[in-house]
Design a protein around this ligand. Structure first.
Ligand code: IPE
Ligand code: IPE
Ligand code: MG
Length: 246
């Protein structure tokens, strides 16, 4: 099936978020260590990034490491942190060739120094690219992000800079790490799991959810395009009724 050709360019999501899941199970099926799955997931990151840029998506956010992922075995965590460093430096070429800007959300300053530095370098080197923004969610969780926003707003109220009544959904959005980005219209999760796992809790309020059975290291451009076609076949009603939408 040529999914790419089925995409309606006039109804393209501006922002797509992806929970890249299933690396460990993919490796296990092959009798390999979990880290082998993470390594093979990098190819999928490249494919999906290119695929999104090719069709004109403006923001692509990839969930790469959650605050809960610190609870994994030490060796897996350190391997993931090293892989991130390698990947950012290796993939900078792809980002430059495709005119893609790198950004990050989450508490990246609390990552190991080398990982943090790689991210800062990647962000700096690609800052003038303007075809698409690739956002890596790292040491990220939706609840932490909302908690930080609440602390920030509470401080502003305490200091008399704003009144409690000034706090609106827009103001909250502007204090999240995704400030300035449109909310994702589409969320894709691979590997057959059907949950949010503390990702973009506020921003996904009205996102269409697409769950793919494919493990992340096997996820390719056509799978990504298929999710977009599926999204375009849905009626987004935002609380209204069908007749009001047409
Ligand atoms: C997703 O794959 C990658 C990260 C969370 C870093 P998993 O590592 O969660 O793979 P499974 O879910 O155990 O198969
Ligand atoms: C979510 O995947 C986090 C990332 C993809 C980075 P997990 O595999 O960690 O999620 P749970 O624990 O199965 O919900
Ligand atoms: Mg998982």
């Amino acid at each position: 099936m040529d999914w790419k050709n089925k995409i309606d360019q006039d109804r393209l999501p501006e922002h797509i978020a992806v929970i890249m899941d299933g690396n460990g199970r993919w490796a296990k099926e092959k009798g390999k260590p979990r880290v082998f799955g993470h390594r093979n997931g990098v190819k999928s990151v490249r494919e999906v990034t290119e695929a999104a840029a090719e069709i004109g998506v403006k923001y692509l956010t990839l969930y790469a490491f959650s605050t809960e992922n610190w609870g994994r075995p030490k060796l897996e965590v350190s391997a993931l942190m090293r892989l991130l460093v390698e990947t950012v430096y290796q993939e900078t070429n792809t980002l430059m060739e495709n005119n893609i800007r790198l950004q990050a959300i989450g508490e990246i300053d609390k990552l190991p120094k080398a990982t943090y530095q790689a991210l800062l370098d990647g962000i700096e080197n690609t800052k003038d690219n303007d075809r698409m923004t690739l956002v890596l969610a790292l040491n990220y969780s939706g609840r932490s992000d909302l908690t930080k926003a609440a602390q920030n707003l509470a401080t502003q109220v305490a200091e008399g800079k704003i009144a409690a009544d000034d706090i609106s959904p827009e103001l909250i959005s502007n204090h999240l790490s995704t400030a300035g980005m449109p909310d994702p219209e589409l969320l894709i999760r691979t590997s057959g799991e059907a949950r949010i796992s503390n990702f973009l809790l506020w921003e996904l309020a009205y996102a269409e959810l697409f769950f793919s059975p494919i493990f992340w290291p096997d996820f390719r451009k056509p799978d990504f395009y298929q999710a977009i076609v599926d999204y375009q076949q849905r009626e987004r009603r935002f609380g209204k009724i069908s007749e009001q939408i047409a």
